[in-house]
Design a protein around this ligand. Structure first.
Ligand code: UTP
Length: 226
């Protein structure tokens, strides 16, 4: 299968150490034996810290987004190094470059692309661009909940959901740099259009990505036949 894996920055750079990069590299190495792998890495708290400084010195929102993108690309570079020599050594800046580099048959690792959306959106656009069979979204919770499970004890997890149901749930969320919610609108609209099967999974344990590929855990986003 051709699989796009998006790894939240809040997962991979959480403790500012090398271990998560190495642990993810190990899982990706394993998956690369049977699948064609594309990875999109997020910016996490580091991106939000830099965005805050940019905003405080007077930058506009798109400039702040661009700062966030720079941080996601730094994280992508670190993962490329951890995967050496299995990853293509350059971080693609756009989807055409990702496609072009993939002819090397190496694992492609990228961060953000342009202002206005999250790396979740990048993952969904990339998946459509390279005709992926599956998207795995590794995030900091076990799946998609009806409200933030870190804030509300009564939050309920979805085993499966459609993009249309997600649009209804998320239509009033924030769109400022560094605050794109869990699956921003661009990401959801892309899933609705491409109908690529997606699984949201807790990425704090990188092995969960393998379990999610086998359909054992997480929240599945699927498009019913209309
Ligand atoms: P992320 O998508 O990583 O956002 O990009 P996040 O909210 O930090 O998510 P986690 O913590 O990784 O899960 C960081 C910021 O970079 C900008 C946005 O401002 C985003 O909030 N960005 C990223 C873009 O503008 N365009 C992109 O393609 C990617």
């Amino acid at each position: 299968m051709r699989i796009v894996i998006t790894i939240g920055g809040s997962i991979i750079i959480k403790n500012h150490d090398y271990r998560m990069f190495q642990d993810y590299a190990e899982v990706l190495r394993q998956l690369n034996q049977d699948h064609e792998i594309f990875v999109v890495v997020g910016g996490g708290k580091t991106a939000r810290d830099y965005i805050k400084i940019a905003r405080d010195v007077g930058a506009g929102e798109s400039f702040c987004d661009d700062i966030g993108i720079d941080v996601t690309r730094l994280n992508a570079k670190l993962l490329i190094m951890a995967l050496d020599p299995l990853a293509y050594p350059i971080v693609p800046r756009n989807f055409n470059e990702a496609l072009q580099y993939s002819t090397s048959e190496k694992i492609i690792v990228m961060g953000g692309t342009e202002p206005g959306h999250s790396t979740d959106a990048v993952g969904t656009i990339l998946a459509e661009f390279v005709k992926a069979d599956l998207i795995i979204n590794a995030t900091s919770v076990d799946g998609l909940y009806d409200k933030d499970p870190t804030k509300y004890d009564d939050a309920v997890k979805f085993d499966s959901i459609t993009p249309t149901e997600m649009i209804d749930m998320f239509s009033d969320k924030d769109i400022k740099a560094g605050t794109y919610e869990f699956f921003d609108m661009t990401a959801i609209q892309m899933l609705k259009r491409s109908r690529i099967k997606t699984v949201i999974v807790n990425g704090n344990s990188p092995k969960n990505v393998i379990e999610a590929i086998h359909g054992k855990i997480g929240t599945k986003i699927y498009s019913p036949n209309e």
